[in-house]
Write a protein that binds this ligand. Structure first.
Ligand SMILES: [Zn+2]
Length: 329
């Protein structure tokens, strides 16, 4: 991802601030505990000196390294258990002296070895796609705040199902999609007229996958096609960097919201096919929400797009009346 140097530096500064904050917090807690429970300091000192003594011993007796390290591990485990018991007996949580990271994978450093951690990749995506507000939106719109009250329980004879029963099925399918994300390659297309909760469901999926350290790009189809257009035709002074386009093809999840409402021409058709097809070949999941019916799809897009989507996406059709109106009644 081609961020400006200053943007990258700003992200890394945040990581450094987080680490400093955690270090400071742990130091403060240690001082507090050492004062209240001095035995914990004795145990910590013992753990530290055991490690130093073992290291020296191994330098002089390398042939015993394995057994000595095992012995050290066992001893330290016993001492750590004693520490935990002391904390619990004194009404502290057992992890009171452990650092609490936002990302346990990289311990808030942004890197795992020399590789960028997904949390750093996502921070860069958020800046590149100006989706830094995504976290705020999904604070309110996620699986735990999804409200079924707006959906009618009257059977719709066309489907022999009520909108409420239907949305419950769709909700649980979206949850399954998230829960099986790492093991099962699936794509979803959410159909239905405006105001039935499609964007809300997209947000639920985005939030759940961001929380489990996946990279997610969320674009309306208008933004997606504008990006492809700017990249190809270089309409603007600042050219869209290639890395930015590439991440659309290889992020863990691409969400295209509101597909079908954008202007449609040969160019957008080719770009859309290319994007969806590449992601399918790379086994990268995509979620599409659209107002178009399947008949509209056949009219608006070429056969190869239609067959690509309908052959590889699980169609979830929402129906009922506009819930946005009910929210304000
Ligand atoms: Zn991380």
């Amino acid at each position: 991802m081609n961020l400006k140097r200053s943007q990258y530096k700003a992200i890394m500064r945040k990581y450094e601030e987080k680490q400093l904050f955690i270090k400071h917090e742990i130091k403060k807690r240690k001082e507090e505990i050492y004062q209240k429970l001095p035995l914990i300091k004795v145990l910590d000192d013992e753990i530290a000196s055991n490690s130093v003594n073992t290291t020296y011993y191994i330098i002089n007796h390398p042939e015993e390294a394995e057994s000595k390290l095992e012995e050290l591990q066992e001893n330290n485990f016993i001492l750590s258990r004693k520490k935990i018991n002391l904390l619990l007996e004194n009404n502290y949580p057992q992890d009171y002296l452990q650092p609490k990271y936002d990302c346990n994978m990289c311990e808030d450093t942004g890197y795992i070895g020399n590789e960028k951690c997904n949390c750093l990749k996502q921070a860069m995506i958020n800046i590149a796609y100006e989706q830094s507000n995504i976290k705020n939106i999904i604070k309110d719109e996620n699986f735990s705040t999804f409200c079924f009250d707006y959906y009618s329980d009257k059977i719709d004879s066309r489907f022999n199902l009520s909108p409420l029963e239907n949305i419950r099925i769709i909700y649980s399918k979206c949850k399954d999609f998230v829960n099986n994300f790492d093991n099962e390659f699936t794509n979803i297309i959410l159909f239905g007229q405006a105001g039935l909760g499609k964007t809300f469901l997209c947000n639920c999926i985005a939030k759940a996958l961001l929380d489990t350290s996946h990279t997610v790009i969320y674009l309306t189809s208008f933004q997606l096609f504008k990006l492809f257009g700017d990249y190809t035709f270089n309409n603007y002074d600042e050219k869209v960097p290639q890395e930015k386009i590439e991440s659309i093809f290889d992020c863990d999840l691409l969400i295209i919201d509101d597909l079908g409402t954008e202007f449609n021409n040969k160019f957008t058709g080719v770009e859309l096919f290319n994007c969806l097809n590449t992601r399918l070949l790379n086994k990268k999941s995509t979620v599409i929400s659209t107002n178009l019916t399947s008949t509209d799809w056949s009219k608006q897009y070429s056969d190869r797009i239609v067959s690509r989507i309908f052959g590889n996406y699980e169609p979830l059709k929402l129906f009922g009346s506009d819930i946005r109106l009910k929210k304000y009644q």
